[in-house]
Design a protein around this ligand. Structure first.
Ligand SMILES: Nc1nc2c(c(=O)[nH]1)N[C@H]1C(S)=C(S)[C@@H](COP(=O)(O)O)O[C@H]1N2
Ligand SMILES: [Mo]
Length: 542
């Protein structure tokens, strides 16, 4: 019952604990090896990435909504919990035969290897983290079981003899030595637990060191050296008009600081791209395929432009919109040099980690500031925002235009190629919809009765915002005062003072763009091409 061919068995809880520890060592060692070789080859990252790519759009939508920008943390935590449960199970299986548990860990390693080598940016060393991690885990499991059996494993256990540890008296019904039917087995709890502590320490140290090593360091130093190389803009943006920022407390500032800029992407770890080896390949339906180096790009005349990015997943009133001053090469010029062939209508932008966007050719070529951007608000592109180079196209939602860590542009056709989000239920073409948001007061806030300032932002990129109107309690629409803007490609702040009688109030906002179109009141979800409806908040005055 409590013995197997190889000797006595530890109790179930101990076996499960040994399994979890072995799993932790496997992941920790894998992280360390990934940190030394390639961050995206970490089994957690690779399996997580594969999960992200296979997650149905609806579920992903829900995750973004429920967890916001923490969705990645939640996914990683989920993977770790699942791994811990499986590892505990393997520990129990190992009670039967240690080799089976070790084999289970090896199988786990194979899953990690398959996920890692199938990532679009995988390299030759990418099988290593899962391989070494699984081996370390299997070895840990065997070792812990050996320890749990006590130090005198080699000695035969007398069939019904005295206690295994002859030096010690038999505790009457102690937890260490137990009588189970006719079988006697030794279970060395202390040795197991010290093993578990050491294993957990190794796992933690490996994971932390691995994460620290993972690309971070070299991207930081690469960004620093790029900062020294950044040329002045050939076409500098005009200084912002004095009245662009109304400086109202609680209102989103006209320029979103880089550290506050929203981040949306499918990358579980920020890709670490080395600008020295970076190239941008432009191929497909072109007369002369080109491959630009980072130095080539910086030699081009760089243009500055104020552009507001918006995510299609943004709910009405949501946070996934931000405005920055970008510096970059004109995408249209680069494409013109390559020579776009007739019939091509789509630019398939490919990122280092294999994500793709599909941008309409006519939009990029129509003279707007579509850029291959290298800087954001006077700073080298932050790693999370696409270092070293990303696309920025005014007027299009990010998923069809704003490829970060871009390495390739395939000139093609919408009827021949499909970008990442299209088969997942999102529209292939997605111009940004005219929208507005109330920032002040906040939803649910209590304000003093009487005159109060209502303020927010509105956007209709590349068309421009011409009017913003506010309505209280379903009454008349009143025009808000608009802030200045440098051009049609940014959001526009607005404000209006309103006398609020004591009690609860509903405040709504709507914008009209320069084409004369007033945003629709019809409520639509973000899928498939952007949310609509009026942002409406409830406040209490008194
Ligand atoms: N490589 C890559 N680029 C990407 C994405 C991505 O998942 N991978 N997401 C896009 C989406 S959906 C948006 S809204 C913008 C967001 O850019 P930001 O994170 O700099 O705000 O990046 C776009 N570029
Ligand atoms: Mo997005």
């Amino acid at each position: 019952m409590n013995t197997n061919a190889r000797g006595p068995r530890p109790p179930a809880w101990a076996a499960a604990l040994a399994g979890v520890t072995a799993g932790a060592v496997a992941l920790g060692v894998a992280e360390l090896v990934a940190g030394l070789t390639s961050a995206s080859a970490s089994p957690v990252v690779a399996v997580g990435g594969a999960t992200v790519d296979r997650t149905p759009a609806a579920l992903k939508e829900w995750a973004i909504r429920a967890f916001g920008e923490n969705d990645k943390t939640v996914l990683v935590a989920g993977i770790v919990v699942v791994v811990a449960l499986i590892a505990a199970g393997l520990g129990l299986i190992a009670r039967w035969r240690v080799g089976y548990g070790a084999a289970g860990l090896a199988a786990f390693g194979v899953v990690g290897i398959i996920a890692a080598v199938n990532r679009p940016d995988s390299g030759p060393l990418d099988a290593l983290p899962s391989m070494v991690g699984a081996a370390a885990g299997a070895w840990t499991l065997v070792l812990l079981f050996r320890r749990a059996r006590g130090g005198e494993r080699a000695e035969p256990i007398p069939p019904a003899g005295p206690p295994v540890r002859r030096a010690e008296p038999i505790p009457p019904a102690g937890p260490s030595v137990r009588r189970a039917g006719a079988d006697l087995y030794a279970f060395d709890r202390r040795k197991l637990l010290t093993g578990v502590v050491v294993g957990t320490g190794i796992a933690g140290a490996g994971a932390v060191t691995g994460r620290l090593l993972a690309g971070r360091a070299d991207v930081t130093s690469a960004r620093r050296s790029v900062a020294r190389m950044l040329p002045r803009p050939a076409v500098a943006a005009k200084p912002l008009p004095a009245g662009a920022d109304l400086r109202i407390r609680g209102l989103a500032p006209f320029v979103t600081p880089n550290y506050e800029f929203y981040r949306v992407d499918t990358a579980l770890v920020v890709p670490g791209v080395d600008p020295r080896s970076w190239t941008l390949k432009i191929h497909g339906m072109v007369d002369r395929p080109v491959e630009l180096t980072f130095a080539d790009l910086l030699r081009r005349p760089l243009v500055e432009a104020d552009v507001t990015l918006t995510c299609v997943s943004n709910d009405v009133g949501g946070p996934y919109v931000g405005n920055a001053r970008w510096l970059g090469a004109r995408l249209a010029d680069v494409l013109r040099e390559a020579g776009i062939r007739r019939g091509a209508d789509m630019l398939l932008g490919v990122s280092q980690d294999g994500w793709t966007s599909g941008t309409p050719v006519d939009v990029v070529m129509d003279g707007r500031d579509a850029l291959l951007a290298v800087a954001m608000n006077g700073e080298v592109l932050p790693a999370a925002h696409g270092f070293p180079v990303r696309q920025v196209v005014p007027g299009l939602y990010g998923y069809v235009s704003a490829t970060k860590w871009i390495t390739e542009i395939k000139v093609t056709r919408f009827d021949q190629d499909t970008a990442y989000w299209t088969p997942r239920g999102w529209a292939p073409r997605a111009p940004i919809k005219t929208e507005s948001r109330i920032d002040v007061p906040r939803e649910g806030e209590s304000v003093p009765a009487g005159r109060t300032t209502v303020a927010g932002v509105a956007w209709a990129q590349h068309r421009g915002v011409d009017a913003v109107e506010v309505q209280v309690d379903g009454g008349e629409w009143r025009r808000a005062t608009l802030a200045e803007v440098p051009g049609p490609d940014t959001w526009r702040q607005w404000s209006i003072d309103w006398d609020l009688a004591p009690g609860g109030h509903t405040i709504a906002v709507r914008a009209t763009d320069a084409t004369g179109y007033t945003q629709t009141a019809a409520v639509a979800p973000p899928v498939p091409d952007g949310a609509t409806g009026y942002h409406t908040i409830m406040v209490r005055a008194g």
